[in-house]
Write a protein that binds this ligand. Sequence first.
Ligand code: AHR
Length: 312
Amino acid sequence: GTVCALAMMSGSSFAADLTVGFSQIGSESGWRAAETSVTKLEAKKRGIDLKIADAQQKQENQIKAIRSFIAQGVGAIFVAPVVATGWDDVLKEAKDAKIPVVLLDRTIDSKDDSLYLTAVTSDTVYEGRVAGEWLAKTVGDKPCNIVELQGTVGSSPAINRKKGFDEAIAKHPNLKITRSQTGDFTRAKGKEVMESFIKAENGGKSICAVYAHNDDMQIGAIQALKEAGLKPGKDILMVSIDAVPDLFKAMANGEANATVELTPNMAGPAFDAVIAYKKDGKMPPKWIQTESKVYLPDTAAKEYEARKDLGY
Ligand code: AHR
């Protein structure tokens, strides 16, 4: 009783009145599932009433969810935009209703940045660039044919991770992308597309490296390569993005070579920004940037142990 009453007085009383509607994309990847669980935890910590709508990968479902959150009069709306374009109308409706919107983990293409309060994301161009730089350094002067598994077509991380990687390898004429296709950020599609790459590339023999826009597609690719009798991580260099526990497991087993971390905790900083804005009128910066760190096999076993119970 007393502890609870004290907790209510020490700053969380405002948050206890706050309802946040979160339009989540779906559950295409381990990383996405982790983001959903972390968002629930971070809401609970702050006494926030969180309503999550799962859009099953469809922008039209996200637009409907946002309209429904507006109709319910929530205090703030979080959205992880599945694709980058087509948000202006619905975000204008939220703005007219004076409901602040925070973009989580993906950005939008809009000329009007007053349509959202802030965006909590990593620098996804940088993620692609460090992946490319790591590969160039590891390959050295040898010729290297790369196959690329792209994320969801039209999504900001797929666009930017391609851009950053292309920029990095452009400085190294011995590195070439020979095949590039979307694997929709899923394990199943990553595996399927990798199977077709293997067929098209001489049973996989002419592939030097796989660059996947997320770890789940990379895990699918690892399975496909193993089934084709190849040795991912040894014969073929494997670099991807997210740093989910299963990728650390693959690295610890010698089947992957590098991953760039994307924190699943986008919601913590987003909740804090909304609370400061609504309580004290404090404007956050337009971009709250999360860290991107490269992980290699040397620390993989340790990182796996530290993360395996996080529930993703
Ligand atoms: O927007 C972030 C990306 O979306 C993650 O890298 C990927 O795993 C997820 O599905």
